[in-house]
Each structure stands twice: as C-alpha cells, then as structure tokens.
Design a protein around this ligand. Sequence first.
Ligand code: GLV
Ligand code: MN
Ligand code: MN
Length: 434
Amino acid sequence: MQPLPAQPPQAERLSAEPPAATVSGLLRDIADVGRDRSRGGYSRPVFSNAETDLRNWFSAEAGRRGLDVHTDHNGIIWAWWDTAAGTRRNAVVTGSHLDSVPGGGEYDGPLGVASALVAVDLLKARGLRPRRPLAIAVFPEEEGSRFGVACLGSRLLTGALDPNKARNLKDADGNTYADVAAANGQDPRFIGADHRTLQQLGMFVELHVEQGRGLFDLRQPVAIGSSILGHGRWKLSVNGQGNHAGTTLMKDRKDPMIAAARIMICLRDTARNYKGARATVGRLQPVPGGTNVIASRVDMWIDVRHPLDEVTAALVEAIHLNAQLIAAEENCTVELGVESMSPTVHFDTELRDWLRTLLPAAPVLDTGAGHDAGVLAGHIPTAMLFVRNPTGISHSPEELVEDADAETGAQALAGVLAGLLGGATSSDSAVARL
Ligand code: GLV
Ligand code: MN
Ligand code: MN
C-alpha cells in the first residue's frame, strides 16, 4: 500500500462554485425507482427493471461528471477519474451498491453511490487534480436477495466465488444467474476472478447508512467502521408428505410446516445461548403452498452471525442437530446446505487510524451488516464510513438519513478522498466540524 499522508494535509482553497448536486437531491431523483407498493419501501433486485434503471442513472450521472464509465464482465460498474498521466494503478475506490432487499429502505447502497458522486463534485469544485486515479464502483447483488449469495459482484471480482457455481445459482423462479445475466446483455462465460482490475485498485472506502443506532445515541453524524460481523446463509429443507388438508387425520400427518415452526422457535432459543449471536429465518417457502394442502416440503433460509467464525459454525451445527431431532418427532427429515459464508473482517488499522486523525470526532463503530467492503478488505486496505440513521432500522422502509447528515457524510467522504488522492482538506470547515 502506498504510504498514507503522515498527517492530515494542509488546507486547500475552496472554490466559490457550489457543488453541482446534493446527496438528498440525487436520492430524490431516484426515489420513485423500484418502489414496492405491496411491501412498502423498495424492491430493486439485481437485473430487475428497477436496478437496471438505477445502473443507467448512475452511468449517466458519472458520465455527466466526465468520468469514464464501463461495466466489467462481473457486472460491476466502474467510473474512473483518471490522473493526467492516465495510468490506472493504485486507485482510490469508493462506491457501494444499488440493489436492495425486498421491501428495503432508501439508503442501503444508494447513499454510498450518491455520496461518491457528490464527493467528486466537491473535489472538482475545489480544483483538485488527483495524483492517483479515483474510481466509483457499483457492485451488483450486494444483498444476495435474488441469487442467494451476498456480495456476488465483489466475490466474483476477487475470485471468492467459483464462476461455475455463480452461473448455476437460481432465483426464486428457477432462472439461473447465467440465463438472467445473458438476457441482460452480460456474457456469463467471462465472469470470475479479474486480476487485471484488482491490480488497478489501491484502496477502498465505502460510505454506508448505519444500520443501527450507534451514531444516534452518540449524537454524531458520521462514524468510521472497525469491523464486519462474520455471517453466513444456509438453506434448510424440511421434507414431509404432501397431502389433503381435509382427509388427512391429525395423527397421520407428516407436516413439514409444523416441524419448520418448531425448528424456528428452537433456533431462536439456541441462538440466545450463544452470547453475541444473531440467528434469523427471514424467508420461508412451503411447497406447493396451497391453503388446503399439507406441504410436502418447506424451505427456510437461515442467516447466522457472530464475531467468532468458530462460534457461528458451532451454532449452525446445534441448529442442524435440533432440526433433525424435531423433524424426526414430526415424521419429517431435513437437509442443510450452505449458501455463503463471510468471515468476520477487521478493517485495515493503518487506514482506520489515519481516518481518525482526519475525522477526530467520528466514533469508531463495528457493524453487524455485510458489505462489499468486507470482501475487498481481503485484497486491499479498506475502510468504511457510516452515516447516522435516526431510526436505527434498516432493511425496512423505516430506514432513515436526514438530508443534512447525508451532505455531511459526502463532505467527510470528499475530505477522505482528497487526502488519499493527494489533495488536502483538514481545515475544510465541513470536515473540521466532524
Ligand atoms: C446485507 O446488508 C447483510 O448484512 O446481509
Ligand atoms: Mn448495503
Ligand atoms: Mn443491506
């Protein structure tokens, strides 16, 4: 890694020209894209019309700023601000994602993308001439809400996901990633580890809405990330006997819905025995799913998180064992398969300590949420900035960022990028306030 500036650099003259856009203004421009009228909030799964519209929106906004935009084989959009020399090496990367969970909030992902655009505006308004390139990256399928594997784009980029496995991932309608990607103009034959692009990247700083109440309680607008909780996803299928709801006596049933209900209660109780653990069933699918039909199978997706990956493994094993016992009592069987696992990540300490000198009032917080930054952290020095969320709620329409905090976040990001790119902002009034 290129040495960080020894201390927050000297002040740079601010241009009188106001920035071309605001974060809240950019978010308002896309506020109607992918609204989910039945669930509330936004549903913007990868390759949906909504996500495609957002990707096009981003490309147009980046193009308007003179950035060189292209989409790579893994579906990651890169928008480059090159140096005068034009060499793409040791780049500072920022950005986030535009896909959402079903019925998600307005800020998870788009805040980081819009803030990156505004940060570029702020740096251009200051007349900054980067000494190293800057790239804004938009990663696809960060949420894994369509194909089940979170951070799909960054996992492919870094080689953390076997491209064959990715091509065969299926969405809820049984469409493979390969088919859906091809239908959306991407060639799935070429997905996978992209060493050429990786070699261009020097550092990644992702700005994201905070997904808890840490900043609200501390009365601060922006935090520096310290770590991401290890997390994984498993699919548990409970197999029973499909049958008629009216003619099958209660004593004769092999009902996987009953087993699934008991397994979920047991999962919660088991997780409570592991300090710091979180275990969730947020998605459940009975097959065939008729009101007057005893299900033949129930698929449930389990999300488990803990700071220690060995504890996560032990907890999943305990859940599996209990599920087998419960299923047997209900004359059913279970099968468990892992969908993805992301170990606990601690961000680069040198970069984090440097951020602390730049943003002295910003607290250092960890997060229980997953991010592409967690994947990139295994390859390049990586950091995160979090912006206050007064509700503390996320993956829900109730997720919130106040407009003023959104702008403060973008100013903080601009200050960080200026420092990393060779510019200077320590006495920039907005940054100094933090
Ligand atoms: C993504 O936000 C996750 O934490 O699963
Ligand atoms: Mn996110
Ligand atoms: Mn999310």
